[in-house]
Design a protein around this ligand. Sequence first.
Ligand code: ADP
Ligand code: ASP
Ligand code: MG
Length: 452
Amino acid sequence: MKFGGSSLANATRIKNAARIVQRFLPENKMVVVASAMNDTTDRLVEIGELARKGENARARKMTARAASTKKTRRELLNLIDRLNRDLEKTVEGISHLRELTPRSRDYLLSFGERLSAPILAATIRSLGLKTRALTGAEAGITSDERFGEANPLVEVSYHEIRRRLGPLLARNEIPVVTGFIAASVDGSITTIGRGGSDYTASLLGAALNTDEIWIWTDVDGLMTADPRIVKDARVLPTVSFGEALELSFFGAKMMHPRGVQPAAQRKIPVRIRNSSKPTLEGTLVSSGETQNGGRIVKAVSIIRSVGIVTVSGTGMIGSPGAAAKVFMALGSNNVNVMMISQGSSEATISCVVARKDVDNAVRALQLALLGQGLVDKVVAEKDTCIIAVVGSGMKGTPGVAARIFGAVARKKINVRIVAQGSSEYNVSFVVSEEEGPEAVRSIHEEFQLGNY
Ligand code: ADP
Ligand code: ASP
Ligand code: MG
């Protein structure tokens, strides 16, 4: 069971999570994964930025807020005190050097989960159950050193997870593991990407070959669209792994992009449920056939905060290897490309990247490509978002794209870039950030996703 930040947002929510564990324990053995409380990780990100800029007083003030807790038992209090002091020292170090490296940033971000997991474990213990709080590293999750987006070394991790958690489970102890964080082989703390607690849960489930993986969150399940954007969005009772993969990758916030991957590989069903309404079944993500009521499109999601970087030059026309040079320049500067388009004129290549990477991408492309007769211009746009339309019923059905773009056009929304994944589960396109929500609503309406 993984509890998301909103399910651990305060003392009441944490007690509620503990009671959910208690409720399902009699007929199960389980491993619990804890996210950081509420938006702690966002605040740690801010604190890091403040410290890097040398805004010590503000950083310190926020640090105190990030770590404040109510009265708890002595042992837990001591641990929280220790973590708080360590956190303060970390922030001080960053502001002293005015340097926030990917490594120190991961160390800083790890405090969210390192605080929440022991608190949740203690709360479960107070209900009379045996628990043990563990960091991702203590649970056996080992990763490479790509700080910020570290990749778990799957086979080693699976082996270590079984070795370390197996004996606890055999003694009926409930391991409560920090989501989101792992450690490199030499023991440095790494994080596995924002929203990574889903991924942690999936890895642990796959390693231990659990019957199911449950993700407790603040909505009734995976829905046809973000309920904050579409009022009549509806819960999907079943979703295939393929669809979940497309949705979570493009849905950005709902789930970690690789969140279901380990579960999908081992065909372990994933349930997404509302921690405020534990009697609801939620959404079942599995390798089985999904009921879609003959519907073509299943859901539509939005990924915000992306930008477009376009390189153009007549020199690229008919020049083999031009695209390779573009992607090489981006890849070697650690810029992840989310979408690509090249027109058949071959005179331009556009790449969609995260907004935070746009400046870096432009610089990398200018340095690598200008002045060689290939590329004349590199331009960027920053205020865009991706809309992804997902559904396994789209495969081989003609006319879906026409309906999608017809609906968007009727709202007078300009489409910048289009891509269809070869899985045929997904048509995605880019519009201005401002028009994104309206584009989502127009597609939701066109395919009547709100109706049963
Ligand atoms: P957690 O803290 O449990 O990890 P997140 O905030 O990461 O929760 O994800 C849950 C939120 O994702 C929901 O509150 C909802 O607003 C948003 N969301 C976006 N798209 C969807 C969707 N298609 N279905 C359900 N929720 C969605
Ligand atoms: N706390 C981390 C984040 O906010 C991981 C997670 O919640 O899944 O990204
Ligand atoms: Mg999440």
